[in-house]
Design a protein around this ligand. Structure first.
Ligand SMILES: [Zn+2]
Length: 315
């Protein structure tokens, strides 16, 4: 490869009924020979932190010192970002863009978006970091390793969830093509938290160090836990969720049966449901703090089982 370059390319998906084109921005940085790392954000339209992580990574990387190529997609799902929703507006079948890979481009809009991402992003990379967040109310802090645990450990979050598949997701699709792939779940809410932005930027740069794309060694926390068993607590009733946890409860161990929160009716003020830690040794991966509105089936908490989990000590 000769020379280095940076560019912005648009993937044309289709024309909307409004007449506006639907397209996806891809920022590219080409250095010397090396891996092709893809970093994507906002495949779920209410997970905004990743877009800022991508912007800062784009700023931080010097093309002259880069070994390999970067392909950065700050907004994988522009329609869902416009409406700040997890699901894709105008979906006829499945609204969750991150459940329709590999997609048939003859189907509905999410499938067309997925096909565009497949052919003009995934097919051009050798490694994938897909950035996610907690949405409106939950905050999250863990990585999902879909292929290549070492890359997930290098990203540097304290808790890693190792899974063999995750049907229909872009990460699992990349993994099924033999590409090391991880999903980083970072922060949440619509007012960006500087610490979580920093975690995301450091994570992507750590992966680049791990792959030899930039100089240096990944900065990892003193201790990392690799989980294989995780439970999501989704309330069966809607109302207000009064949480017992603060934001500092993240990655903390709680004993089984610990009260995490209560769903309360804002009409009668009665408690409709109590949510408790499921494992004798539970670790918190996703939480809400304060008082938040909740619908039946929403994400309220996510806990991992520390029994049988692997702890890795870094020096
Ligand atoms: Zn997501």
């Amino acid at each position: 490869m000769t020379g280095t370059s940076t560019f912005l390319r648009w993937i044309d998906v289709c024309t909307l009924a409004s007449g506006a084109p639907l397209r996806i921005a891809v920022h590219g940085i080409d250095g010397s020979d090396g891996p092709a790392l893809g970093v994507s954000a906002l495949i779920h339209g209410d997970e905004i932190v990743g877009a800022e992580v991508v912007r800062q990574v784009r700023e931080a990387v010097d093309p002259a010192r880069l070994r390999g190529r970067l392909r950065l997609v700050p907004v994988a799902n522009p329609l869902a970002f416009q409406t700040l929703t997890r699901g894709t507006p105008l979906a006829v079948e499945i609204g969750n863009l991150n459940r329709v890979f590999p997609a048939d481009p003859a189907l509905d809009l999410p499938a067309r978006l997925a096909h565009a991402l497949q052919t003009q992003f995934l097919d051009e990379i050798t490694h994938l970091v897909d950035l996610h967040a907690g949405g409106t109310f939950p905050i999250v802090d863990y990585s999902i390793s879909l292929r290549d645990l070492d890359m997930a450990l290098a990203f540097g979050q304290r808790v890693i969830r190792q899974v063999s598949g995750y049907a229909g997701t872009m990460g699992a699709r990349a993994a099924s093509q033999g590409k090391p792939s991880l999903v980083a779940e970072i922060g949440g809410g619509y007012a960006l938290d500087g610490a979580y932005i920093e975690m995301g930027v450091r994570g992507v740069l750590n992966v680049m160090r791990h792959l030899g794309m930039i100089d240096g060694r990944p900065e990892r926390p003193p201790r990392q836990v690799v989980l294989t068993e995780v439970t999501t607590l989704r309330p069966g009733h809607g109302g207000l969720l009064y949480s017992e946890l603060g934001a500092d409860g993240m990655a903390r161990e709680v004993p089984g049966g610990t009260l995490l929160g209560r769903v309360v009716s804002p009409y009668t003020f009665e408690t409709l449901q109590e949510l408790r830690a499921p494992y004798a040794r539970s670790v918190v991966l996703l939480l809400r703090s304060g008082v938040t509105a909740v619908n039946p089936g929403d994400y309220a908490y996510m806990l991992g089982n520390l029994e049988g989990a692997r702890t890795i000590t870094n020096h």
